[in-house]
Design a protein around this ligand. Structure first.
Ligand code: DAH
Length: 360
């Protein structure tokens, strides 16, 4: 029996040595150590031996079994490592290669302009804040000093959602990004310097309105912020965004419930031969609303209006995208027309920065 054991051991170890894939290795394991395997078969014969022999051969068989198992385990991890190396070699990606020319995706003008706006304000020290698209009635209106009977509520053409219970106001699809102001005040302490870009909704549709559109809100609060800061900040923004120096700007008195005083900001432009030029000529384009934050809004945000003050602004992102990139119809933004996207889209790897360039 000893000879038989040696032959089987040498044979199995030789097979393990020579095998080159995991499946065959497992077949060898089953043929040697499985229920009907050769070594298992010898184990079963132990019962027929006399006691002394049984102990001796039994011990020998156990040694062989352990040696075979160890050889299989070692071979298995060798083969697994080799397989991993082979895959790493085959699936290697050269990240320094230029983008594939057949790659067709592009960045939507709204995303591009949002990235440009974020790049400009972050350079000035602002950070980005966010709020939900479905907003509470209080945050969208009440906290912003727009009481129930206020005409602004009708002007906003609000999409209401069903109320959760009888004594709660209906939630709304936020009609502007201004509620993010209050959310941010409630969750942090001055000094505050944030912008909040995002989706907004009003029931309106024509060449320059879509039911879903985009705004960016700005909010700056500390102890000494005044209207001069508002003007300087927005002038810097406009010049960086439209990439023209000394843009004529007009700060027109206006009314918003959440700011006092309030103003709308127009920039100088010309329409000649159907072409719009920003920064020259004697026409004006309104681009944003702004003002000093109303004391009631500060109070609703948990901020003491006797100690703190600041300014806010709100701007339509789609509208400035149309102006900057000469896109005539707002509705086309959301048609998902591939020809339009190829024409107006931006290269995915050109991330806007003030140093690298906002758009190329
Ligand atoms: N929320 C206003 C709107 O949607 C825009 C706006 C105006 C925002 C003045 C402001 C602001 O923060 O100060 O029409």
């Amino acid at each position: 029996m000893q000879d038989q054991i040696n032959t089987i051991r040498d044979d199995v170890l030789a097979q393990v040595e020579g095998v080159s894939d995991l499946k065959s290795l497992d077949d060898i394991r089953v043929a040697a150590l499985g229920k009907k395997g050769q070594i298992t078969g010898l184990m079963k014969q132990l019962g027929g031996l006399d006691p002394d022999q049984r102990r001796e051969v039994g011990q020998e068989l156990n040694r062989v079994k352990d040696a075979v198992q160890a050889a299989i385990d070692a071979r298995k991890s060798d083969l697994e490592r080799a397989e991993l190396n082979r895959r790493l070699e085959v699936e290697r990606v050269d990240v320094s290669l230029p983008p594939r020319p057949e790659m067709q995706g592009s960045v939507h003008p709204v995303s591009q302009v949002m990235d440009e706006i974020v790049a400009i304000f972050c350079e000035m020290g602002f950070s980005v804040a966010e709020g939900p698209d479905i907003e509470g009635d209080w945050l969208n209106f009440g906290a912003l000093n727009i009481p129930d009977e206020h005409p602004a509520r009708q002007e906003h053409d609000t999409f209401y959602l069903p109320a959760q219970s009888d004594d709660e106001a209906r939630p709304v699809l936020r009609t502007h990004t201004s509620p993010v102001q209050v959310r941010h005040m409630l969750s942090s302490q001055p000094p505050i310097r944030i912008i909040a870009p995002g989706r907004t909704y009003r029931s309106d549709s024509d060449m320059t309105h879509t039911p879903m559109f985009h705004q960016v809100e700005g909010l700056v609060i500390d102890e000494t912020t005044h209207m001069g800061h508002l003007k300087g900040c927005l002038r810097d923004f406009v010049e960086a965004f439209f990439q023209v120096d000394n843009v004529p700007m007009r700060f027109r008195p206006s009314y918003f419930p959440f700011t006092a005083p309030s103003m709308e900001i127009d920039i100088g432009c010309s329409f000649r031969d159907g072409e719009l030029k920003i920064g020259e000529g004697d026409d004006w384009l309104e681009i944003l609303g702004s003002g000093m934050v109303h004391p009631n809004v500060l109070r609703n945000g948990g901020i003491d209006p006797d100690k703190y003050q600041g300014f806010a602004f709100g701007m339509g992102i789609d509208r400035v995208a149309m102006l900057k990139y000469g896109i005539p119809d707002l509705r086309s933004f959301f048609d998902s027309d591939l020809r339009w996207l190829r024409h107006y889209g931006f290269r995915a790897l050109d991330v806007p920065t003030l140093y690298g360039g906002l758009a190329r």
